[in-house]
Design a protein around this ligand. Structure first.
Ligand SMILES: [Zn+2]
Length: 113
């Protein structure tokens, strides 16, 4: 095998590795999008379930007792804290996006308010 062959082969491998690397990057982006979409849908699902439960309770109960089913003050803050701990942004800059780089200063300053 002469030198030209070897360098030709190395070039080929280099090219394939570049393509594989690009493919990997694209896959990573798609996975992030899917995880974010999944989170949005599961939150929406939760909210819809809550609404359905409230509707049912309002229908079942006399009008005066309906306010018992309203969310407690501070529940929103707890939900945001949980969302952040599950790895998502809650700041108004990247809200709902996956935190791929660890802690976010915008989110943390919001949580510390
Ligand atoms: Zn953030």
């Amino acid at each position: 095998m002469d030198k030209q062959d070897i360098f030709g082969q190395i070039d080929e491998i280099e090219e394939r590795m570049g393509a594989t690397y690009a493919e990997l990057g694209a896959l990573k982006k798609r996975i992030i999008i899917l995880i974010e979409e999944n989170k949005r849908l599961s939150i929406e699902n939760q909210q819809l379930r809550k609404l359905i439960r409230q509707e049912e309770t309002i229908v079942e109960q006399p009008v005066g007792e309906a306010e018992e089913t309203l969310p407690l003050p501070g529940a929103g803050y707890d939900n945001l804290t949980r969302l952040y701990n599950e790895g998502f942004h809650i700041c108004n800059v990247y809200y709902g996006h996956l935190r791929t780089e660890g802690d976010c200063l915008f989110c943390l300053s919001f949580l510390n308010k």
